[in-house]
Design a protein around this ligand. Sequence first.
Ligand SMILES: [Zn+2]
Length: 135
Amino acid sequence: MASPSKLPVPWPEDAALEVYTGGCHCKKVRYEFEHPDIYKMPVVNCNCSICEDRGYLNVYTPENKFRFTEGADGLTTYLFASGNISHRFCTTCGTSIGPMVAKRGLVVVNTRTIDNVDLKRLQLKQFDNKSRTVG
Ligand SMILES: [Zn+2]
């Protein structure tokens, strides 16, 4: 399990956690997770091949602070490279809710799939991952 201080974007130690909900476009898959205020933390806009293709804007949470509330069986997984990152998407509408990195005990949430997210307020941080091997 990733401790919040070991996440790709570490959480401040005293950060108050909020509960966010979201899901895919057809609403078959629903999730909730805890995270400090997403508008006060950097959101990672990565340029690796899959983040670009899927439009991921990433926040990170430990595996035990994320759960599916509906329709987890409506997801399928896309693996590539080393296969360490499970890129999950809805089998009905194709929405990518974000990958799980089991090896590191963390979940990446695509902030675009959070309910009522205000994309303009996100503090995007560019991450140049293009030259690295992903996975
Ligand atoms: Zn769906």
